[in-house]
Every structure is written in C-alpha cells, then in structure tokens.
Design a protein. Structure first.
Length: 199
C-alpha cells in the first residue's frame, strides 16, 4: 500500500512536470527551429524484468538535457518471492555535439523505495527487507539514430547509494527483527533505451 501511494505521487508529479515542459518546449521551438526538445523513452533492460518504466527527456539548451525516468515493479511471484520497488533516477546530461545525438556524460541521482523477500542467498530467502535507497553517480552513454522519430541509447553509470531498511523474519507474517543501513559503491545505472522523439 505504501509503495502504491508513492508510485501514484511520483506519476502525478511526472505528468505535471511533463505538461509544463511540453508547453516550454512548444515555446522554445517557436522561437528557434533547432533539434528536438522532448523525447519519451523506455529502458529495455527493465522491460525484460517486467518492471514498468517510462522516462521523459527535456532539452535545456544545445548541449544540456534533463532526463526524468520512473520505474515500478509491483509483482509478487510464487512462494511469496518479491522484488517490489519504485525507482526514479533523474539525470542531467552534457552532450559532446548537440542534444539527442552521439556521446554524452551525465550526473544522476537516485531514490528507491523497495520491498524484497524470498530471493537470493539462503539468508535473504528467509527474510524480507523494506526500506529506502538514496544516492548519486556519473554516467556515459551514446545515442544511435534509427529513424526520423526513433533512436536507441546505451549508457552505464557508477556511483554511491545509501540504503536504510527494516529486516523481517518471515516474508508472509512480517515479524520485525531489526533495522540496518549500508553504503554501496559501484554500478548504479545500466540503460538500453528505445526513444521516441517528439517534434
């Protein structure tokens, strides 16, 4: 229930921001006829894990864009296995040539709320973990032209994440055991996205 409420809030904020940025984009296109100012994208790696995801990317100027993705996984599988989460990973990108074309470097942040249980190692299979993740990182990527309105993008990132969570004894009954936190350094972003360009 908490995850669903957070998901609704994230989607509402995303749609309001999308509407605002769309108006800004139309104004910008009217003033100067340049490269696209908006794209919609979906990370195929998340799609492969049945995690619903959608992102928008907005052109700030000729070399800067802002990407705003949201990913949601609500599924529980047999034997109460679950890897439920809602994740957002906004990223400011600097393009070497022009926006939405070729190489770029990025600075991303991330926040996730997760509820994981009955997966992984023996200890993890006997416990459930529910908590939050915060952090930031840097990334590199490349966008490939496919057709006038379609592109494919690949990117990878590394960085830091802080995780604080509660541990529960059993996945079903949820008997509380303890609270923990961990620091993580390593890969924080992997993206192969199909992109639709709005003109």
């Amino acid at each position: 229930m908490v995850m669903l409420k957070k998901c609704k809030k994230a989607i509402t904020v995303l749609f309001i921001l999308f509407a605002f940025l769309q108006l800004q984009a139309q104004a910008l296109r009217t003033i100067r006829n340049t490269t696209p100012v908006f794209t919609i994208n979906s990370n195929l790696l998340y799609d492969a894990t049945m995690s619903m995801n959608l992102g928008i990317e907005y052109k700030i100027n000729e070399r800067l864009t802002l990407k705003l993705p949201v990913t949601y996984n609500p599924w529980t599988f047999d034997h109460n296995r679950k890897f439920k989460f809602i994740l957002t990973q906004p990223e400011l990108r600097w393009w070497l040539c022009e926006s939405f074309s070729g190489h770029f470097f990025g600075l991303h942040g991330h926040y996730a709320y997760y509820n994981v249980g009955s997966i992984g190692t023996n200890y993890m299979k006997k416990h459930r973990y529910e908590g939050d993740l915060y952090g930031a990182g840097i990334s590199y990527g490349y966008q490939f032209y496919l057709a006038p309105r379609w592109s494919l993008e690949a990117s990878i990132g590394v960085g830091y994440a802080y995780m604080n969570y509660n541990v529960y004894k059993c996945e079903t009954c949820g008997e509380y055991i303890k609270s923990e936190n961990k620091n993580y350094f390593g890969p924080t972003l992997a993206d192969i996205s199909l992109i639709y360009i709005l003109k």
